[in-house]
Structure formats: C-alpha cells, structure tokens
Design a protein around this ligand. Sequence first.
Ligand SMILES: NC(=O)c1ccc[n+]([C@@H]2O[C@H](COP(=O)([O-])OP(=O)(O)OC[C@H]3O[C@@H](n4cnc5c(N)ncnc54)[C@H](O)[C@@H]3O)[C@@H](O)[C@H]2O)c1
Length: 386
Amino acid sequence: MIKVGVIGSGSMGTGIAQVAATAGHEVHLYDNNPSALDRSEAFINKIMSRLVEKGRLQPEEAEAIKGRIHYQNNLFACSDASLIIEAIVENLDVKKQIFETLEDAVSEDTILATNTSSLSIAAIAAACKKPERVIGIHFFNPAALMKLVEIVPAVQTSEETQEKATQIIESWGKTTVLAKDTPGFIVNRVARPFYGEALRILEEGLADVPTIDWALTHIGGFKMGPFTLMDYIGNDINYTVTETVFEAFYYDQRYRPSFTQKRMMEAGFLGKKSGRGFYDYSEGAQNPAPNEDAEKGNEIFTRILYMLINEAADAAYLNIASPGDIDLAMTKGVNYPKGLLQWADEIGIQRCVNGMDRLYTEYLEDRYRCSPLLRKLARTGKGFFK
Ligand SMILES: NC(=O)c1ccc[n+]([C@@H]2O[C@H](COP(=O)([O-])OP(=O)(O)OC[C@H]3O[C@@H](n4cnc5c(N)ncnc54)[C@H](O)[C@@H]3O)[C@@H](O)[C@H]2O)c1
C-alpha cells in the first residue's frame, strides 16, 4: 500500500480519495477552503453509511475506509505520498503554482498527476523541475462509480511514470485507456457530435427536442438522449467544454459551439440543477411528447451516429488512442451502448463514408468532412477490428 495525496476536495477530489482509500491506501486530502473539507468529509460519511445500509460494505470496512482519509488544510501534509493527484479549479496558473510549491517537498520518485479535463498536461509539467514525473490521470464524474480513467502522458512524461501510474490506477479496479495529450483527450473529444449534431438538427428545425432524444434512446439504444444529457450535465458546463475544445482545436468547424445552447446558458436554463433547461423540471410540468415516426427517427439517429463514428475514426487516424481504447473509453466513460468503431465495422465502413459524404454534399461545410481513415478502410475493404 502506498500513501496517496489528493489536492482539492471538491466533487472529483472527494471521489478520488474515496476510491484510493477503498483500495486500502492512506489518503491525505487537502483543500485550501475549510468548508470544502467539511463538505467532503460529510459526503464520504454519508456514502459509507449508505453502502453499509445496502449491505455493500461491512460496518468495520466502512470505518476503516473513513479512517484512512485524512482531511488536511496544509498542502505539505501530502509530501510523503508516492502519488499525488491534483483536482483543484480548472486554471493553468493555479495548477502550475501548486506543483511548483509541492515539488521541492516531495521525494524524488513521487508521481504528480493532474485530473484536468481540458488543460495541456505538457504545460502543467513544464512548471516542474522534473517534468518526467508529471502525468494526466483523468477520472470521470462520479469518480467512485465510473470505471474509466484516461491516462495522459505529456511529451515530457517518462515511461516509468506512465507504467507506474497505470498499474496503480488499475489496482484500484479502474479500466485505463491511454490517450495523447490533446484537447478533450478521448471521451470529451469523441463525444462532441452527440451534443453538437443534435443541436444542429434542432436548429435546422428537422425535429424537436423530445423527438431527437427519442431517436437516440429508442432507436439508437443510448441510455440518455442528447438533450436530457445536456440538461443533466448542465448547459453551462457542457457549453464551456465545447467552447474550450473548439478554441483548442484552432476553431476547427467540426467542434463549433451552438448559439442555441449558449442562449440557454445565458438565460439561466442550465438544466436539471436550475429547474429548467431543454426540458421543464418543475413540479407537475408537462413536456411535449416525441414524434415517433420511425423513418424520421432513423434519419436523426444515423446522422448523429455517422458523425460520432467519424470523430472516433479521426481520433484513431491521428493516433490519439488505439481503436480498442477509443471504444473502451466511450462504453465505460459515457456508457455508449457499443464501441463506435465496432459499430462502424458492423454497419459497414462504406456505409459510414457514404453517410458522411451525403452530409458534406448537402451542406458543403468542413464540419462534415469524412475522416481519411474511414475512406482508406473502405477502399481497402478492411475494418477497425477485422
Ligand atoms: N466535475 C467533473 O465532471 C470533472 C470530471 C473530470 C475532471 N474534472 C477536473 O477535476 C478538477 C476539479 O473539478 P471539480 O468538479 O471537482 O471541481 P470543484 O469545484 O468541485 O472542486 C475544486 C476544489 O478545489 C479547491 N481549490 C481550488 N483552488 C485550490 C487551491 N489553490 N488549493 C487547494 N484547493 C483548491 C476548491 O476549494 C474546491 O474544493 C478540474 O480540473 C476539472 O476539470 C472535473
């Protein structure tokens, strides 16, 4: 067992501390805001009681897990940890500052990891004297429940750091995938069209919100439709991620955010948390029913699916991750019903190419350009896994 430091006791830090303590490690959980530490402790206590009530943990196990989490208001309490995972505010300067301050106090081979969703790991590592010890370890929310963790080495990261970090996270029962240090890593990049194309279909007036959601859930087999999911994530958060990815990709039109969602955010229609988003969540509210026209539903679903497959194919083409890891990331990280590249193989690569080309011919927008890898596979009669 090792000592683990977690910096930031917000929603992610608390979840990561819970996972590490459940795996048997002593955890120092630091936050510079005392009330965040109190909230974190109260949350862990509540979760542990619930797990005991449900019979998923013995009372003594729950006590032991709680006893292994040490809530700290001094950053240097983490300095004897072998792995430190930072999960503070998403701000490059603040994250750099924390690692700069910590590095002098930790041992030679301590791994410094960041849970950032959108910042460059290379830029964070550059703040350190030993950047080879810095790596991205990207958990999903809620960290205790979501199986997937993206391991993101920076250009400076040593192989030893990558291997050690992967081995530790897998020993916590997580599934790891290896991603290149590029905007959105795997999941937050490949998932963009799920929201973006649904918004585009809405803006074009091809279908309304409940119909698009119905098409994706009832025909596509997704657990949640895109609008339900945007409302659940929060239109503010989801819009900001899209905007960050768009800017980080030098304004590639494929990732262009939607005015519709921006206006929702500006109006305070954030989704479930504000009581109103694309749907009305107030007591007794009646939301419109979908138009369950199979032909239209199929058209909506396949358009979004082709866009998702195209994005996944392009991530494979640019070596952001292996096809196997891309599929694993989307099924374990965002619960897609099937890996997108596996799906492409099943549908037939040529059909995916035709689907993209039809969209491109219709709109003549760069947004609908077909990935060169899809074209190449179609030409050679190969698939991603066959
Ligand atoms: N929320 C998500 O869905 C999600 C998913 C994956 C990754 N992330 C990433 O995880 C990180 C944390 O996100 P979160 O949602 O837990 O945020 P949060 O706002 O819930 O928690 C952040 C915590 O960091 C603390 N903090 C801020 N500055 C600090 C400092 N200088 N020193 C010590 N503590 C400080 C705050 O007091 C707060 O408790 C971000 O980098 C985010 O991009 C978030």
